[in-house]
Each structure stands twice: as C-alpha cells, then as structure tokens.
Design a protein around this ligand. Sequence first.
Ligand code: PEP
Ligand code: MN
Length: 332
Amino acid sequence: MIIQLKKSIDNNEAALFADQNKAFHIQENGAEVLITSSSVKELPQDLKDKADNHWVFDNDMQLASREYMSKTREVRIGDVIIGGDTKNTLLIGGPCSVESEAQIQESSALLKSLNLTTLRGGCYKPRTSPYSFQGLGLEGLKLLAKMREEHGLNVITEVRDATHVEDVIEHSDVIQIGAKAMYDQGILRACAKARKPVLLKRGFGTTLQEFVQAAEFILSGGNDQVILCERGIRTFETKTRFTLDLCGVAYLQEYTNLPIILDPSHALGYRYGIEKLAQACVAMGIDGLLIETHPDPSVAKSDAAQQLTHDGFKQLIKAINPVAQSIGYKIV
Ligand code: PEP
Ligand code: MN
C-alpha cells in the first residue's frame, strides 16, 4: 500500500510512522509518502486521520505503477528530459567498452558532430568468460569523466557488482545496472541512495514482474529517477543472440510509469538488422534508444559483431528520424 500523508506532517513524524508500520518512507511531489508491504490492504489505524490519499495493490508493482502515477515519470539527463509530456527519444551511442583514450575521443567526436548528448561505454564488463577483456575499470571511468569535461557529454556506464558501485556513481551521469547485475541487492540499494538516474536493464531470464520488483527496490529506497531498459531475453531461438521482447515493452508502457529505453544492439547481437530494429523500437513511442557503435568494430574488445561503424550509426539516425516524426516524437 502507498500512503500519501497530509502536507502538515513533517519528515520526522513520517519517519516515526514508517518505523511503527515497517514501511518505507520517501518524499514525492512535496509530500511524505509511506510504502508498506503489498499485502497490507487496509489503511493502518494510526494513519487513518493522517493520510490524504492511499492506494492498495495486489502485487509488488506499487511506486512504478500507473495506478499510483498515471503519467510517465520525468527523468533529467543533463539538459535533456525524457518521460513526462516530452515525447523525446534519447539516442545514446558509444562503444560497448571504453578501450583507450583515442577510441573514446573518436566516439565523443561522433556524438558531438551529430548534436547528441549522451555517451555510453562500459568500464567494468560483466563478461561470460574470465579470459575475455574485463574493462579498464577506474581508468576507464576517468576517461569518461574527461569526455564529459572536454565535450560536455553526459556519460552512462555500467556497474558490474557492488565492489565498485560508489566509483560508478561518482563518475557517471547515468548509472547503468547491467542485465546480469540486475538482481544484485548491494547495487540496487546503493543506487536507491544515489541522486542520479539509473538505467536498469532487464535480465535475460527475468520476468516482467521481477524486473519491476527490482525497480521498486530503487524507488522505495528514495531514488525516483529509474529508467527501464529492455535488451532482449533468452528464448529457444539461437540464430539471434537474444529476443527483443516488444510485447514486454507494450506491457511496461501500459502498466508502469517509468521511462523505457530499448537496446536492440544486445538483443540481436549482430550489426545487420540493428537499423530496422531501431525503427521498430522508435515506432513504439519510447523514451530512449541505446545503440553500440565503435570507430572500428573489427578490433572491438567486446561485442564486436553487433557494434555499428560510425557511418552505420549516421545511417541509423537518418532511418529513425522520420519514424519518430511520424508519431510526434523527436530524437534527441
Ligand atoms: C552493455 O551494455 O554493454 C551490456 C553488457 O549490456 P547487458 O547488461 O544488457 O548485457
Ligand atoms: Mn555491450
């Protein structure tokens, strides 16, 4: 249950009520808000005359639900706002991994030349094999910070496990929680305390219910800047790397109030169809698109097969712009 307390109730009093009712306590829209277990169906006795409003739920989708908040939440990334009434589709581009200063400079120059604002690049890579490139770690984070400084770009990078979560929070503008890290409680709880947007990727074996529950960890811990990212799930199909779950996206758009970013690069796993998939994604009216692109994909240290060349990335923008326009959206 979500209980919105009367405006006259201050933070300290709300904290006390939260304690007495084993509830989470956050502030939202200028009011103190308590969130109890979803099994609570009746307004607790001691809060009967303290509440302005309350919502009862039959599952764990509470703060993320459209029942609670009918409009998509707004999330600000630098000067760009997504969600709300904006109809912005934020195009995030950059390599899978930060590999060297020369490489990430080229990626930054590409984005700047296209008037894009948000650079991606992983520094702590959650590789399937211990023998693959694991990322540059802190050195990579510092390179991203340099790109922010030199080019005014916002940077998004992933946290692989709780050991370096504070470093990622410090050096990024958007914290990405990777598909394999999505269940890590240490990461979720640390991101709940961060004052930065979080891009939460759906695990490839994660149900929509579990995905939203992970988002609820961040929201109920006090961070309302959560963006969901569909990046493909594992099915019986092996010809493509994963299966982009557009039905799941329709579900999330219908029932949750969180902005949604789609990542066709990791879903397909190959360069050849990314442009068409991106068009299909944009046609759904989404808040963002994440596309991997590398100055020279043939030498990429991770996800080489799916990264677009810079020419391919420019071509993709040409292909998605009219699709966005046709539904009243803008690629930003
Ligand atoms: C990535 O964004 O490079 C990445 C590893 O993504 P995912 O967590 O979706 O596999
Ligand atoms: Mn990748």
